[in-house]
Ligand binder design. Structure first.
Ligand code: BG6
Length: 487
């Protein structure tokens, strides 16, 4: 299949760090369709050869097996070319069209990895230059807008230029093998389904913690914050995967319809729940991985009196028959104690205890998303066969089954961006977000943004290298539960 893949923002960080390495892996493993061209678009004046050299220089910094040999890079580089464009100039789109018309292709992918403020201009210009043909697909990187209105505006313009089936809205979490396994766990196995409901589940925690700070993205992040950067998209997608009803098949719309129902059923905020159930924090100086790190406000590009949140912890519910009354806790933050993403499902205790169970120990299913990818099933067993004090008493002790997907599937696994890029080329929309789904997620976070805009309290400080502000622990403790690391 001959394709042209055009990267708007072709000299940007995402292209260097994620997209090119992902394409290279696909190329190396023979999964990239033959006959492709990868066209970087940027403002700089570069020749094809210079663009290739720049990419080669970035690849040289890649460590270990993922770094291409010079022979491999030479073969990959043959796919790369560059077009200089000022994205507001119609003539430059004509130049791109000429480049695309140099040869026959089955598919043209326009991948927008620029600042989202340029998305509407690019979509309008593509349409004005007839670059929105039936064989064109458009990929929109997150964040898609900064609130509901701006998201709708982008979707409206994109929707005018392209049909919904041509629009691929990326949430790279959906491309992670661990997240696909979450769908497989739920819909490829019948074991948990009877238990997957309010009668058996006491509460669910979703944590996406990062050790990194804002790196070089201070000014972008300061206008964004953790709610828009992580909760509105990645965390809510995980919540949907956990909370949705089984789709009737694996077609994109069958899956997306079910996710949308979850988002629509999220409990609406009241002034009271907004105050009590949504905690925002901002990191102060601290120590991460034995290294002293500065406070958020001292990071380059950040306003020294910034009120931007670098951590969010919240409690919500899915108001439907399956989940009514079950708290879902979401927590995400930068400069936290560890890089760790997991979902913990805590089951209700046995209805009638005949053994002595250790306090607070219940059955749990922990779905590890990263860095570890696997499942832990926590059970209680009797340690009766042990000798020593207390032997003979019918006491229970915690034990767990541990499944390590990295060990099981190892190097056969495809990375998130590689998976998603291949899906775009294949026209598979399952792992992409539909406009109504995305708007619903914005609709749900909007009252939080509005509340914060006028809330004099501001984000609560937490020391870098910890699990966030103490108010986050207090919030969950009010329900009689605690975060995983506190149990
Ligand atoms: C991105 C956010 O979407 O996800 C970043 O913009 C964040 O701020 C990143 O660091 C986390 O992704 P991952 O795959 O490293 O968990």
């Amino acid at each position: 299949m001959a394709f042209d893949l055009v990267f708007f923002g072709g000299t940007g960080d995402l292209v260097w760090r994620k997209l090119m390495p992902a394409l290279f892996q696909a190329f190396r493993h023979g999964s990239l369709p033959e006959g492709g061209r990868i066209i970087g678009v940027g403002r700089e004046n570069l020749s094809d050869a210079q663009y290739r050299q720049n990419i080669q220089a970035k690849f040289a910094k890649v460590e270990g097996e993922k770094r291409p040999s010079s022979e491999e890079f030479a073969r990959f580089a043959a796919l790369l070319c560059y077009v200089r464009m000022d994205l507001s100039r119609a003539e430059d789109y004509a130049a791109l069209r000429n480049r695309l018309e140099e040869r026959e292709t089955d598919t043209v992918v326009m991948y927008l990895s620029t600042a989202p403020t340029l998305f509407t201009t690019i979509c309008e210009q593509l349409a004005a230059s007839s670059l929105n043909t039936a064989r064109t697909r458009i990929v929109l990187e997150k964040p898609l807008g900064h609130d509901l209105a701006s998201n709708r505006a982008i979707n409206a313009v994109a929707g005018k230029a392209f049909k919904e089936q041509q629009i691929f809205r990326i949430d790279h979490y959906l491309g992670k093998p661990s997240v696909q396994n979450l769908f497989a766990l739920r819909f490829g196995n019948a074991l948990f389904e009877p238990l997957w409901r309010r009668e058996h589940i006491a509460h669910i925690q979703i944590t996406i913690a990062e050790e990194l700070g804002v790196e070089k993205r201070g000014s972008f992040y300061d206008g964004t914050g953790a709610l828009r950067d992580m909760v509105q998209n990645h965390a809510l997608q995980l919540l949907c995967a956990i909370g949705m009803e089984p789709p009737i098949n694996t077609h994109a719309d069958a899956i997306r319809d079910e996710k949308l129902k979850v988002l629509r059923a999220l409990k609406r905020w009241t002034p009271e729940t907004l105050g009590q159930h949504v905690i925002r924090g901002q990191y102060a100086a601290g120590t991460v991985d034995s290294q002293a790190v500065p406070a958020y406000r001292d990071e380059p590009g950040v306003n020294p009196s910034s009120h931007t949140e670098t951590c969010v912890a919240l409690r919500t519910e899915i108001a439907n028959w399956r989940w009514a009354g079950v708290p879902f806790y979401i927590r995400t933050g930068k400069r936290m104690a560890a890089r760790e993403a997991y979902i913990e499902i805590s089951f209700r205790p046995a209805p009638h205890e005949i053994f002595r169970a250790p306090a607070g120990q219940v059955n749990k299913l922990v779905i590890h998303l990263q860095p570890k990818d696997g499942l832990e099933l926590h059970l209680l067993a009797t340690g009766q066969s042990k000798r020593g004090p207390g032997a003979g008493a019918q006491a229970l002790a915690p034990v767990h089954l541990d499944l390590d997907f990295d060990k099981r599937f190892g190097s056969e696994r495809v990375g998130a961006y590689e998976r998603l890029l291949l899906d775009v080329l294949d026209g598979r929309l399952n792992l992409f977000v539909r406009s109504d789904e995305q708007e619903e997620a914005w609709r749900w976070v909007e009252p939080i943004l509005q509340h914060w805009a006028t809330d004099p309290v501001g984000p609560r400080p937490y020391n870098a290298g910890t699990w966030g502000p103490s108010a986050s622990s207090a919030m969950i403790a009010r329900d009689g539960f605690c975060w995983r690391e506190e149990s």
